[in-house]
Design a binder for this molecule. Sequence first.
Ligand code: GLY
Length: 378
Amino acid sequence: MKNKKIIIIGGGVIGLGIGWQLTKSGTDVTIYDSAEAGRAASWAAAGMLAPLAEAHTEEPDLLNLGCESLALYPKWVSELESDAKMSVGFRVEGTLIVGLESDDTHQLRHLYQAQQQLGLNVNWLSGGEVREIESALSPRVSAAIQCETDYQVDNRLMVTALKTAYLNNGGVLHENSPIEKIHTKDCHVEGIETQDGFQPAEIVILSAGCWSSQVNGIPDEFCPPVRPVKGQMMALQMEDGISINSVIRTVRARYPTSVYLVPRTDGRLIIGATSEEMGYDTRITVGGMFELLRGAWEAVPGVYELPILETWTGLRPGSRDNAPILGKTPIENLIYATGHYRNGILLTPITAYEISKLVLSGNTSDALKSFQLDRFLE
Ligand code: GLY
């Protein structure tokens, strides 16, 4: 498949990651993005690589996929940093999941037991023990789960690095180029229709995040069931007197929003995120900001003094069962790499490595088998 033309629809970290891997093997790749590449969910994310902290015990396949992708991260980062000649801010301080009230502690205990049953590498800490690790935590923090092997990457740096590495390898990128439709004939992909006319392709990969279900030309029954799930976020500037090194997540049994605080090497402190079913609405609301600030302030009271640098929203591509949709479809040579929901940054390496292998070999690996579209088809 090396000499054939591959078109990727969507230039977020997933599309760029697949494109970068394919161009490394000399494949002819063109990416189309309807706006600026990497500026949607990939830019909005917090960059947490947290399969343990975000583990839902009822989703064991997704947990395994997340752990497998996390294990690939050191290799991915060193390969990417070397190709793009820049750092992507990979940090390994781990995650602390903290609770403040007895209800939270019960919820934490339940999560801890489930994590232990799954054999995950987690530690239970008292309030005093967790404050020894992060002294900025509130005296109200009563207990915590330490996930030492949950890491973080600076997703915005990763976007820049992927774009650089992809373009350096000869990849073609068309930004602000919405596609009109995917052309299919007899259940076989022929190419895409762009604003500049028909572009033939041997393989089309759809990685357009929450817009993947909006692309014309795919029969309704094979459309990826992906919807936007809004997240509101903000960034504060850490100043002298407040220093946080770990990713901190709160469990708040009585409140609608549990928050996370993600410290960046450049001194930014990212706070996220709401989770709202609001369609494609990206407005910032008072309620959203209030929930973030309350959650962050309860866990780390010192944030009260910090300046706000930025507020933003992103749209997570949520599938019907929260897991990504990866691999072949009933339309020959149309491949999906979408629906990564809360785990897009975490799942980028495994998606890029496995989808590029699929393109080059034509074979679906075991890693992809349970994530194909066919799980939604009758
Ligand atoms: N993975 C974090 C979020 O979706 O908010």
